[in-house]
Design a protein around this ligand. Sequence first.
Ligand SMILES: O=C(O)c1ccc(O)c(O)c1
Ligand SMILES: [Mg+2]
Length: 622
Amino acid sequence: MPRTSIATVCLSGTLSEKLDAAAAAGFDGVEIFEPDLIASAARPDELARTVAQRGLTIDLYQPFRDLDSVDPGRFARNLIRLERKFDLMDQLGCDLLLVCSSPSADAVTDDARLSDQLAAAAAIARRRGKRIAYEALAWGAHVSDYRHAARLVATVDDPALGNCLDSFHILSRGDDPSAIADLAPGSIFFLQLADAPMMSMDVLQWSRHHRCLPGQGNFDLGGFIRSVQAAGYDGPWSLEVFSDIFRHADPTRTARDAHRSLRYLSELGAGSPDTDSPDAGSVVSVRVAAGPVLAPKVAETLSHIGFDLQGVDSGTGLQLYRDAGLAVVVDPTAGTVWTAPGVDPDMPTIAQIGVRSDHPASWAQRAAAYDVPVAPVSAPGTDGNADEVVRLDVTDTLAIDLRAEASAADWQERFDLVPRRTVEPASLVTGVDHVGIGIGTADWEGAMLLLRSVFGMSVDDGLDLPDAVGTMRSQALTMPTSSGATVRIVASLVPNQLDTRGPLRRRGGLTHVAFECADIVETARACRARGLRALSIPDNYYDDLAARFDLSDTMIDGMRSLGILYDADADGGEFFHFFTPTIGEDLFFEVVCRRGGYRGYGEANSAVRVAAELHRRAVAEV
Ligand SMILES: O=C(O)c1ccc(O)c(O)c1
Ligand SMILES: [Mg+2]
């Protein structure tokens, strides 16, 4: 790992709480964000002592704004201000100052004049034993591109002036970071790192409110960091995340995630994080926290799609349903379901997924390296032996188990407590295509980082799923497995507090399991024979399908009669799927069939599903 640093602006609380959090998370240093110092009761020399007592260094003081000016009087005044900041830095024991490009109306717009002004500032810095790292803000009035800033730095050619590279300013503009590799050795004085979700909005607002940690957004930070490494930069990797969410978050937790994100980035820099990830197979089990009221409804729906009851654990009442190689455990225990203030406590939810692994213990090691606790496994059949099963909590309400084959056999034995059924597997479904999980706003960033770092999952650009009740922010994550299958998770952002007056008191509408099958029509018929009434899809949808796609009438009529929806991508991939009615507020099952390398999730149909579900409820209430 390189030296790690974090800007105090990333963390919430008083300056000393920020420093405590940074030190506890294992950072080597901090960037002091000027407003934090100005508002602090500690004098700069005291601050320097408290930083050192915590084992930290001050790697950068920032930002110095609006250095250059077309007004000579104002520029002269700015140089006096610069001297005062160097006085302050003497007391802080910090020699590096960040100067950002000017976004102001009086910014110099002539490169020759600008480099003269930068040279004047660099000369002062040199005399004062200080250095200046010049950063192109994406919204700078004249300098907004790092290559432009680097040209000015090269022109000035003073050892006291170098570049500050900030991944946000570079990647938010869509600039190619590969030219970083060509910067003169030693000319990169500082590196600031941040990720962000893809958004089309004013770049200043994006930067000040929506940055996140590497591994929590959609920027290609792996490519970015490899260019920085190719340039030979060996200074600290520092996080600079302006975020409305982190403002309200526990600084200890943010700092821990932040340190984890740099470890993840160093893995990305070294190649791909999954190169040394332990082996994982496909999703083999799902546990639904159903609660006592709706457990029978969950059981009935499972039976409609091919899952037969195999056993009940007499100690806990857990019910095991199986089809082919898959297990679904229904937990009817009261108090395990998800609740929110004002919402009735019977909203079944997916609480755990089990993934096959040949070496669960190596996942535990990987988690430990990321400082992610491995939860004690106390569920029936899991005796806590890390050789056989390892449990990682993604959020407070969702865990992923890595399970060895042996543990699965042992685990299932425990359920055979009711008269053993010897039902042949219905074999309607062949595996789990994806699971949909709702993640609360407070947990979103942490969960993304965990899934991507520890599990080496990768993301595409985020999805915004429009539906009858608004748009939902979603993110698909995928992990290739040793068996050639892909573990897919679709996470949807859900409010931590529900508005109970809304039409759907839901956590997102994507809290579901999608099973895969070999033949959608045959499977839909078999499910119907077992009693399923698939969510009924309006005729308008099929008329629209006929207009959009070149599908035969027979095919469309077949899909219409069975409630099958359809999507296709530009490369000839096709997707067929149907849904069970929703149980409780927002749990449902889906059966899907992919053809020709289709990589999506039928997201175009999501609005149709939600509207069909609302219609079903309205009719049921009449
Ligand atoms: O938003 C800003 O003003 C700001 C200040 C300093 C930085 O390093 C930066 O990236 C942004
Ligand atoms: Mg910056």
